[in-house]
Design a protein. Structure first.
Length: 143
């Protein structure tokens, strides 16, 4: 599982880098949490005697990078949400967020398709199994 996750993460970065996206790392501790309707984990920064929050989303600083002139940007990072925990929800998890200038739903759909196929190649499969059976996928669609 560790090797599979590492291969998928590497593939995602490789795919986005190949499409001209720039990876950035944004602050984890924030003065104002935002970008999602979730409750943050709060903490206190003793050095400056100010209350801070762990981020609940990646988007706000990425959008600032876009306004600053970076036309394609992404981040894969940890986010923290102080909400219920169950088999499908964790208090901390990795998120991928990407933005591109001059794109639309079709261009971003193509980026996502490339990411998924590159990740599938990295783990050696393009097969999707559902209740109705399985299907092998190629870059042009179902096989």
């Amino acid at each position: 599982m560790v090797r599979t996750r590492a291969a998928i993460t590497r593939a995602i970065r490789s795919s986005l880098d190949a499409d001209g996206f720039l990876e950035v790392e944004t602050p984890t501790l924030q003065l104002v949490h935002g970008g999602a309707a979730a409750r943050p984990f709060n903490t206190h920064l003793n050095a400056f005697d100010i209350d801070m929050s762990l981020r609940i989303a990646l988007e706000l600083y990425l959008k600032r990078a876009m306004v600053g002139g970076t036309d394609r940007v992404y981040e894969m990072g940890r986010v923290f949400r102080n909400e219920g925990i169950d088999s499908s929800h964790s208090a901390e998890f990795s998120m991928l967020e990407a933005y591109m200038s001059w794109g639309n739903q079709f261009t971003i759909a193509e980026v996502i398709k490339k990411i998924i196929l590159t990740a599938a190649d990295a783990v050696g499969t393009h097969q999707i199994e559902t209740a109705e059976g399985s299907s092998t996928w190629t870059a042009s669609g179902a096989g």
